[in-house]
Design a protein around this ligand. Structure first.
Ligand SMILES: [Zn+2]
Length: 405
């Protein structure tokens, strides 16, 4: 009986200990069960991806999100910071700072023609009709890679390349088919021999013998220079002039002259030594192509606006085969090291900045930092360069650049 009582007592003690242990464990468990636990997702976000602040909460225990669900702006590349507030079970609010990285992994999209055709000697603008679209809002330039000889019949495999600022590169192959120039081959030969014989290609009288009469109109400019209009082509002091006053006949189709091309390559090589990258964006344009371009501009922006930046057919210097548009055909080009170098060095290679800043009342065109005209004579080009304060051909020769209607 006494012994039994003793046993009973120890059982009680054990029971109490066990109970106490259980209680403590329960307490700990209870506290733990109520403890706020939150984990965030730290992945990169794609440009323009639709994503919300709360999407970054990967795991949440014992808490509620206080911050309202809100779209995160993802239209700009780089780091984006935001805060999320979470309330725990005790009602305490904790603030978390998140930093996400907005990246661009999408290639630009090039719209282009897979097969282009041109005739021998008739330089083609490989970049007209090509457009690039990118998920970023930035303007992306497209250029082409590969070699071809416009003076040789053949099928040339080339490709368009466009890279966005994140380095996503799109490449598209296309074929340039240079075919025999049946109806014009004699004219081309004549042009070439003419340019080879003469040191000044501007004095080159490209004889469109098959076109009409040989009437010549002689005149003297307001600054005393002798001018002549021969078969519809005007030369002043021996230099071919084409602007809003002076036209070229629609049959005049020399392609880029060999002499100007050689000078361009020299200039390009010199720029490369300086670590610069100058490329030909648009060179020779035929009367027909200019006609199409101009009509297009008129249709989209109206004639008055179009006349400030695009030439009417027959009035484009690009038809002369002596005009070179380089790199980027928009105002942003002016700030590039290439533009600065060209404006200060092109005269050494016989080129002039044709439409300088602040001279639109003389040239008839707004400032075009990308457009260079080959005049050949370095002495005259140096004069026009005028230590960086460019003199226009119109001012120098004393001529106008105005449409007659
Ligand atoms: Zn141009």
């Amino acid at each position: 009986m006494h012994k039994r009582k003793k046993i009973k007592k120890s059982v009680w003690i054990i029971l109490v200990i066990v109970l106490c242990g259980l209680l403590a464990m329960g307490g700990i468990l209870f506290i733990n069960l109520r403890k706020l636990e939150v984990k965030f997702d730290q992945k990169d976000v794609n440009l323009n991806e639709e994503i919300y602040n709360t999407d970054f909460i990967k795991e949440l225990k014992n808490g509620t999100v206080v911050t309202e669900k809100e779209k995160i702006p993802t239209d700009k590349l780089g780091k984006q910071e935001f805060k999320i507030e979470i309330k725990d079970k005790k009602g305490k609010i904790k603030e978390y700072s998140l930093e996400i990285n907005i990246v661009d992994t999408e290639k630009p999209q090039i719209t282009f023609t897979k097969e282009l055709e041109t005739k021998v000697g008739e330089t083609i603008d490989l970049l007209s009709g090509v457009s690039v679209k990118d998920n970023s809002n930035e303007k992306i330039d497209v250029k082409y890679e590969g070699d071809f000889d416009i003076n040789k019949v053949g099928k040339y495999e080339l490709r368009y390349v466009a890279i966005d600022s994140s380095g996503n590169e799109a490449k598209e192959n296309f074929t340039l088919n240079v075919v025999e120039n049946t109806n014009n081959s004699t004219t081309n030969e004549k042009t070439n021999t003419n340019t080879n014989e003469k040191t000044n290609s501007n004095a080159n009288t490209n004889t469109n013998t098959n076109s009409n009469t040989n009437n010549e109109v002689h005149f003297t400019t307001s600054k005393g220079f002798k001018g002549v209009t021969k078969n519809g082509i005007t030369y002043i002091d021996g230099y071919l002039i084409v602007n809003k006053t002076y036209t070229l006949p629609s049959t005049y189709a020399p392609g880029l002259t060999q002499e100007s091309l050689n000078a361009f390559y020299k200039m390009q090589a010199a720029s490369k030594v300086e670590g610069l990258n100058v490329w030909l964006q648009s060179g020779y344009r035929s009367y027909d192509l200019q006609d199409k371009l101009y009509k297009n501009y008129v249709a989209t922006t109206g004639q008055a606006a179009a006349d400030t930046y695009s030439a009417r057919p027959g009035h484009s210097e690009h038809q002369s085969g002596l005009a070179y548009d380089v790199n980027i055909i928009n105002d942003t080009f002016a700030d590039t090291p290439e533009a600065v170098w060209l404006a200060n060095n092109c005269y050494k290679y016989g080129f002039i900045l044709r439409y300088p800043k602040g001279k639109s009342n003389e040239t008839g065109y707004k400032y075009e930092p990308w457009h260079f005209r080959y005049i050949g004579n370095v002495e005259l080009a140096t004069k026009l360069y005028n230590n960086g304060d460019w003199i226009t051909l119109e001012d120098y020769f004393g001529i106008t650049s105005e449409y007659s209607d």
